[in-house]
Design a protein around this ligand. Sequence first.
Ligand SMILES: [Zn+2]
Length: 92
Amino acid sequence: MLFLRPVEKTAILKSLKHEINKVKLSQIGGVNMSRVCNICGKGQTSGNNVSHSNRKTRRTFKANVQKVSYVENGKEVNGYVCTRCLKKADRA
Ligand SMILES: [Zn+2]
C-alpha cells in the first residue's frame, strides 16, 4: 500500500486540482490564453466596477502573469506564470 504523509497528500491533491482547473479553463471559449498561468491555470475573470453612486459597469480582472523560463519535466521552457506561483517557487 502506498503510504503518504499528510503534507504530500495535500500537495498531490493540489496539483490534481490545478490540472482540473487547466482543463476547465481550456474548455471555456473566449478566454485570452496568453493571460493564463501555465502552473495553476489562473486567468482572466469578470466583475463590476462600482461607482460611489453604486452604478455598475462590467470589467475584467486579469491575472498578474509574467513571462519566465521554468523547469517542467526536467526541461527548461518559456511561458507565463502568475506572481503567486513565482512566490511559491521562491520559497521552495
Ligand atoms: Zn499560477
